[in-house]
Ligand binder design. Sequence first.
Ligand code: HEM
Length: 559
Amino acid sequence: ADYQWPSLQYDALEEFLYEGTRPDGSSMAELVQPCKMRGGTNTTVAAEWVRLVYHDVATHNASDGTGGLDGSIFFETNRTENVGAGMTNSLSDFQAFPNKYVTRADLIAIATVWAVATCSGPVIPLRGGRIDAEAAGPTGVPDPGDSLQSLTDNFAKQGFNVSEMIQLVACGHTLGGVRYPDFPTIVSAGSNPSDSVVDLFDDTQQFDHNIITQYLDGTTKDPLIVLNQTMASDRRVFGADNNVTMQSMSTADSFSSTCVTIFDKMLNTVPSSVTLTDEIALLPVKVSAVQLTVGTTQMQFQASVRIIQSSTSTTVKMYWCDRYGDAANCTSGLKRFAAPGSSSTVASPTSNAMNVTLKKYQFVVPIDASQSVAKFWFVVDYGNGTTLVADNGGGDYVVDQDDVLWVPRLSTAKSVLTGQSGTLVTAAVKNTSTPSRVYMDCFGRATANYIAVNATYDLALNTSIPAVAGYNFYTGTATDDFGLTMSFDLYSVAANGTAAVDEYRQAGLIGVALAAVSTVNTTTSSSVGGASGASGAGRAGPSWGVLGLLGVWTLANLQ
Ligand code: HEM
């Protein structure tokens, strides 16, 4: 099906994959790009991440459908088969980033896609929807001392035939190497035995076909081939079909395309109870950070739009229709619009590898509560004669409700420093309704013990906060420890039982400064979109003169 906003899971996975950040801007991508070395070693962060994903996948049992990429590795680092600082480093890299819609297991998959891309490798497709294990799974990661038969049997159990086994190991072992502290029977100590000497599998840190060519031409220094022959698993694996598979991936292109296919299969090796999403493709226009709230004296609306930038003279404007009054839903033809308050370039290893420049425009506008907001859209002028009306496939971006709204400025995040008992959440509830209940469903996944937390708390009318713009304030405290990416859905239940919800609000945005508030303009132009706006233009009456001028101003601004 075609993408339609909002689509919470797709939106979250897409943002993470292509922008590299949590919704509050904290970047996981920065930890790995550009093909960063891991401090104190001569291997890369990317290599550590790729070894980790395979160790999570390797315990899959294809015949009974258990195990696979389910994040169980978080509970398995004390096992000999998962030896090494590479594992614990990676898990602490990942700790702060999973959220309600990006599971820990999806995060490991995204990390793999980035690791390959940032070390000059290809872009591996990504699906989401993996479900997190909350306990250790079975053991069974292959050991360098295993016989070929036992390696082949093990990979068959995981769902990989002999040539897939060769492909997977070769694509994995183009990164990183073997460490003395972890495998002292393979790698020798350096002059200082406490150094973490890493003998690389091939002579580059890049995701390249050197691992293959150096094997085929006999110049390989792969420690799992040339050192301790009891532990020479790469020798046994690579030669398992008389080099047919290795020969078939010996060019840059065949290596790259083979690795895309086999890594895709590895990332999609999940328990049979999991249904993965469609592939998370880059959205050409991406709307995010949408929030209607109540400021100190009036309502405020904010939204961001991200586009693929093709020219630096691009300008973007946000348009919207009122929710109430004469211009409700733009039926009178009147639309409001504003220029962005700020803009920024966002990127991840994936978008960098795709060679796209992603530019995000942030809008924050004052809203008259008697008008509110019904729906919004954007007009992108690329500065080269092309204009795009970004209207969510024709239906515009609809603001569901304005009965219950999160108020970040009156909320405070749990702080260890102040000994605060929890996260204080304030909701604005329209004073035309007397809700029978106001409550929040809270969720956290980035917890210290890797177990997701879910709990509900009531909010109570708080008359110590004076009403603003026709809204009363309700406060409540989420007392459980929800970890670093707490989110919540805020509900207001009316006397008749119908509930309004401000969905997927993120505590991480408490205290994140809003962009400057932009000036609001109006227009009746039909060329700027607004599904039902065009036909009613004639009713604008006395405002025409002003609107005409604004029209000119808009055009001048776009040039
Ligand atoms: C026959 C199966 C395999 C065996 C016996 C094996 C064995 C090893 C060993 C002994 C190390 C050194 C780890 C250390 O010193 O801490 C290693 C590193 C690594 N393995 Fe494998 N491996 C196998 C398959 C794979 C697969 C299928 C992948 C990924 C698709 C993979 C990815 C990696 C990476 C990227 C490293 C480097 C880690 C770093 O530099 O920190 N391995 N492997």
